[in-house]
Design a binder for this molecule. Structure first.
Ligand code: BGC
Ligand code: BGC
Length: 735
């Protein structure tokens, strides 16, 4: 529709119709009857429901087409509904969790995965996904780290932008595309103590320097919608934060699209204690710039009387309704209200071979090899005498917490993958122990039935007997998928004690242990490091997880993933991130008097495995960093190069990572920051020169006056295989 026609439409709509556009209803209303049941309990009338702008979490071509048809027929201006849903790491073909996708360090693969998700979701009638989540994370206690690309602003920005591009394609008018909703704006990834929904305390500088860049990158990539976060920032909940939504999001980041709250967040303004009643909540949220109210009744029940009483100018409603209509128009909903919803396409696309292959390849690229002593991996699955033991051998729950539309029955477990290959059909397996300790506290989900004590003892005994008989044991351990995700914060990030008991018992009879670790977050894995010769982190790898793991263990795929979030030494280090400030008393091991330094008495400062770390079955060498010049002005560009050589005996993939350190600034600067990275595939003996460009742009930061500028002085450049590399050179930025 032409913009002028859209303007005319807006001008013809009643106040009630315009307010209706600002309402997103939960999908379950559809299942439970309209103005009765939960909708009625919320105080919504039949009219509110008939004028709503959007539904959340309704999927399926047939369902969405029918709902759209009925809805438009009843709407006075026949305005189509907008269908939004959480397509986080896939629709029915599930890709690895976003944290794992961060470990690919491969935006192209992530983009391709998002495009697959979009095509399936679009065929099922979904218009916009609640993704990407670009929240920076530093605390593995927070269950939602699984939904984030990781701890680094640069990497998160690249991954989030790739997701946006993948969902939206080249043009939203093309088939198989969906709109993208960036979340959770802002700072949701920094709740105090890692406890979900908790208070966030960030200085304005840290917010801008570290937390906002990834959101910004996603917006630049073309995000259509932004979702506010549940948390407070500077004691103001995001859905009520004028400064955040107007000054930062709209003016500084130049975001022109629609802003939506998170689930029921307007009602939560009352519990945050910044609104005395719903009317006040509606007023401050609309004033702050919240266009759409996700699933609360605050806008529906209050905006009309606030306008009629003269407390809210109708122009505010018009502005927000306009942004909703503009989004619908951008999605061509006025012309094609069903968009791609198509039962035939659903059948053809969902879980098709090409999608499964893309999911498997993405999973393989996301695996991180943390340890591989004596080159115990890869395994010769045909000739070696190997057993697969552990609660993850025969577990199909590999999708992560947000795969709401997926069916676990479609998932290839490790066991299924082994059975499908002639050479491993008869490979012995044993569960060894349950995933949970019987006494382990897990809230909010149906725990699997716990076996009784005798069964537990027998299961362990059987596993130990098996381990004694074989040459190598692949031990498949991890946390249950429901232990991560929303509202799954944990005060303890060790493995359940039944799994540690299994590890210890197996280690007593067999020293050749390879651990495959499944989890949605970095865990405290000190016991694994001690007892296992190899550790492969498989995260929650999705539909094709089992195949991807077996192909990697066998060496058909050579792992090259890098940690997008460090594995801490222990929980006492959290929050932790590699790009910290130096402090006035940085601890270094050569310090002769170890006490008066910034350190712990009982644990190291360094994580167990740092950001950017990950091994391969081959080895790589980096030449010293070569700079094209050791001085530059703001107008110059210099290059930093290294030659990477595959020094091992098989082809593999390395990721060259460029870090910068600004040695002195008007405010304290991080010890290093990732600025760029490049993946390179090399055959044995092969070398490749990799050149990074250094321009003023990557030297900028928020100075004392909060201006985003560079300051002259010395910079160190490091290029290497992870964030601990000391392979560096120095240059000066001059006036
Ligand atoms: C989550 C969002 C999600 C929304 C809609 C909320 O609970 O915080 O990330 O998009 O629900 O399902
Ligand atoms: C301590 C101060 C103390 C000073 C002089 C420093 O290391 O932080 O609290 O006053 O030494 O002894």
């Amino acid at each position: 529709m032409k913009e002028t026609a859209l303007r005319t439409l807006l001008s013809e709509m009643t106040l009630e119709e315009k307010i209706g556009q600002l309402i997103q209803l939960p999908g379950y209303f559809q299942n439970e009857g309209m103005a009765t049941g939960p909708a009625g309990d919320m105080g919504l009338t039949q009219e509110d429901l008939q004028l709503a702008g959007s539904y959340l979490s309704i999927a399926g071509a047939e369902k969405t087409r029918k709902l759209q048809t009925d809805f438009m027929a009843n709407h006075p201006h026949h305005i189509p509904l907008l269908f939004m849903a959480d397509i986080i790491n896939g629709y029915r073909t599930v890709f690895p969790i976003p944290l794992a996708q961060g470990c690919t360090f491969d935006p192209d693969t992530v983009e391709a995965g998002a495009a697959v998700a979009a095509s399936e979701a679009a065929a099922a009638g979904i218009h916009v996904t609640f993704s990407p989540m670009a929240d920076l994370v530093r605390d593995a206690r927070w269950g939602r780290v699984m939904e984030s690309p990781g701890e680094d602003p640069c990497l998160n920005g690249r991954i989030a932008a790739a997701m946006v591009k993948g969902y939206r394609g080249k043009d939203l008018k093309e088939k198989g595309t969906i709109g993208a909703c960036l979340k959770h704006f802002a700072g949701y990834g920094a709740p105090e103590g890692g406890r979900d929904y908790n208070t966030v305390e960030l200085s304005c500088r840290t917010l801008k320097e570290d937390y906002l860049p990834a959101y910004s990158a996603a917006i630049k990539a073309g995000c259509d919608v932004v979702m506010t976060s549940f948390n407070t920032l500077d004691r103001i909940p995001s859905a009520a934060n004028d400064w955040l939504l107007k000054q930062v999001l709209r003016r500084e980041m130049d975001f022109r699209g629609m802003v939506i709250t998170d689930w029921n967040a307007l009602e939560e303004l009352l519990r945050h204690g910044i609104a005395a009643d719903q009317g006040e909540a509606a007023f401050i949220a609309l004033r702050a710039g919240v266009d759409m109210d996700m699933t609360s009744s605050v806008y529906a029940r209050n905006l009309k009387h606030l306008v009629e009483e003269g407390k809210i100018p109708e122009a505010w409603i018009d502005d927000s309704a306009w942004r909703v209509l503009m989004l619908k128009n951008k999605l061509s909903l006025f012309e094609t209200p069903f968009r791609d919803a198509d039962e035939k396409a659903e059948k053809e696309l969902i879980l098709c071979a090409a999608h499964r292959q893309a999911a498997r390849e993405c999973a393989e690229k996301s695996f991180v090899l943390l340890k591989n002593e004596e080159k115990i991996l890869p395994l010769n699955l045909t000739e070696e005498n190997i057993a697969f033991i552990g609660p993850y051998v025969n577990n199909q729950l590999l999708n992560g917490a947000w795969s709401v539309f997926a069916d676990d029955e479609d998932t290839i477990s490790l066991k299924k993958a082994l059975l499908a290959r002639p050479e491993t059909q008869n490979t012995p397996t044993a569960p060894g122990c349950p995933i949970h300790d019987p006494e382990q506290s897990v809230t909010g989900f149906q725990r699997p039935v716990q076996p009784d004590k005798t069964d537990i003892e027998n299961t362990l005994k059987e596993a130990v007997q098996l381990a004694r008989r074989v040459k190598k044991v692949v031990l498949c351990l991890g946390e249950h998928r429901e232990c991560t995700g929303e509202a799954a914060s944990r005060g303890d990030i060790t493995l359940p004690s039944c799994q540690i008991r299994l590890l210890n018992a197996v280690a007593e009879v067999n020293r050749n242990i390879i651990v495959v670790l499944f989890s949605g977050r970095p865990l405290d894995i000190r016991p694994l490091r001690e007892k296992a010769k190899a550790i492969l982190v498989a995260w929650l790898p999705g539909t094709e997880g089992g195949n991807a793991v077996v192909r990697t263990l066998s060496g058909e795929y050579n792992p090259g993933g890098k940690l997008s979030m460090c594995f801490p030494y222990s929980i006492g280090q959290l929050p932790i991130h590699y790009n910290h400030l130096n402090t006035g008393r940085p601890y270094h091991e050569e310090a002769d008097n170890g006490r008066f330094f910034s350190r712990y008495q009982d644990i190291p400062n360094e994580p167990l495995y740092p950001f950017g770390f990950g091994l391969s079955y081959t080895s790589f060498a980096f030449s010293p960093v070569k700079l094209s010049a050791d001085r530059m002005t703001r107008k110059d560009r210099i290059t930093a190069s290294v030659t990477v050589t595959n020094t091992g005996d098989r082809a593999g993939m390395e990721t060259a990572q460029l870090y910068l350190r600004d040695l002195a600034g008007s405010v304290a600067r991080p010890v290093r920051q990732l600025k760029d990275f490049r993946k390179v595939s090399l055959n044995p003996g092969e070398s490749r020169e990799i050149t990074f460009l250094i321009t003023e742009d990557i030297l900028k930061f928020y100075n004392l006056q909060m201006q985003y500028v560079s300051e002259p002085g010395a910079f160190d450049v490091f290029i290497g295989p992870d964030s601990r590399t000391e392979n560096g050179a120095r240059f000066m930025l001059t006036e």
